[in-house]
Ligand binder design. Structure first.
Ligand code: HMG
Ligand code: MG
Length: 297
């Protein structure tokens, strides 16, 4: 019997590096993405086309994209907050664009400076342009299991935003536990509410691992039929507008957990470990103020 397949979406180069206190050289980002690809990860979020005043760490995304190896059968994805970001992403040759909304009003304001309703209005022309350009559109809902500003978030609020994103044309909606506060019971309740309005095959899970419960939450959602999991190599990550959101769940841990459960991912653990060692080594040097221009690319 063929093993059930779970797709890992590697978000380390974007979600992982957007929160770095120091600028990560483009060479390091490109070297990391090359290694992730070599490890069998083909869905890779490589950056974002957002305001450089808001997230300066992603300002070199066009330069990163210009240097990426071909990814046949896979997709390099980028976040876009508005039409301007979409146009830049298209010009850079993005294989997928992702719009990002929130289930909490306060987080929406903090992250993209508008209400949830305004964000969905702003995403409509992006979705239209993506459809016209035949570029696949992904959607995010943040704060699905809790908000750093509002606390509890109701599953119905998550379901409504997810429904709206799919109605706009998202082929997949990634549900973000942005600050990693959820429990398996909460995760199940959230998936059940979303799956009532969005086919479960279109639901992805995006866990930050603040409380160390991400793997348990992912397991709970796999049991409900979720087949796409976001993760960041070496557990990099966090959102600059979500205080208390440190690392994403580590791709290494997710891949190992899925393998142990008999689920296929196509990821080579040894090569993934090389990618992790590369980026943690490079970040240590960058943080220490060392010159990384000669860092093995
Ligand atoms: P704003 O200040 O309300 O809007 O920002 P604005 O239109 O006045 O733009 C501000 C400045 O940015 C202007 O420049 C614009 O031209 C420029 P200025 O006149 O001041 O020189 N600008 C842009 N520049 C480049 N590319 C663009 C762009 N748009 C405007 N696309 C805005 C609104 C949405 C732009 C801003 O709030 C923003 O960029 N936010 C992004 C925040 C972000 O990237 N957060 C992290 C990603 S989300 C996340 O991590 C969560 C996730 O992982 C899931 C989870 O964990 O839950 C996805
Ligand atoms: Mg995130």
């Amino acid at each position: 019997m063929t093993a059930r397949r779970v797709r890992i979406v590697e978000v380390g180069p974007r979600d992982g590096l957007q929160n770095e206190p120091v600028a990560v050289p483009t060479d390091v980002k490109v070297g990391l993405i090359e290694r992730l690809l070599a490890a069998g990860l083909t869905s890779i979020e490589v950056g974002s086309f957002v305001s450089p005043a808001w997230v300066p760490q992603m300002a070199d995304t066009p330069a990163v994209m210009a240097r990426l190896p071909p990814n046949p059968g896979g997709r390099y994805s980028v976040l876009v907050p508005n039409l301007r970001g979409f146009e830049a992403a298209r010009a850079a040759g993005a294989g997928e664009v992702a719009i990002f909304a929130s289930a909490s009003e306060a987080f929406s304001r903090a992250n993209i400076n508008c209400s949830i309703a305004e964000s969905l209005d702003r995403f409509a022309p992006v979705a239209e342009a993506a459809r016209a350009a035949a570029i696949p559109l992904r959607g995010y809902v943040s704060c699905v299991l809790g908000c750093p500003y509002e606390g509890m978030v109701m599953p119905q609020a998550v379901a409504e935003v997810a429904r709206r994103l799919v109605a706009l044309g998202c082929h997949e909606v990634s549900l973000g536990d942005t600050i990693g506060v959820g429990t398996p019971d909460q995760a199940r309740a959230c998936i059940a509410a979303v799956a009532a309005v969005v086919p479960v095959e279109r639901i992805a899970l995006h866990c930050h691992d603040t409380q160390g419960r991400a793997l348990d939450n992912i397991r709970a959602c796999l049991d409900l039929g979720v087949g796409v999991v976001d993760a960041a190599v070496a557990g990099l990550g966090g959102c600059p507008y979500a205080p208390g959101a440190p690392g994403n769940v580590a791709t290494e841990a997710v891949a190992a957990m899925l393998d142990a459960a008999g689920l296929a991912t196509g990821v080579d653990p040894a090569r993934l470990a090389e990618a992790g060692a590369f980026v943690t080594g490079a970040l240590a040097r960058v943080r220490a103020g060392a010159d990384v221009s000669a860092f093995p690319g």
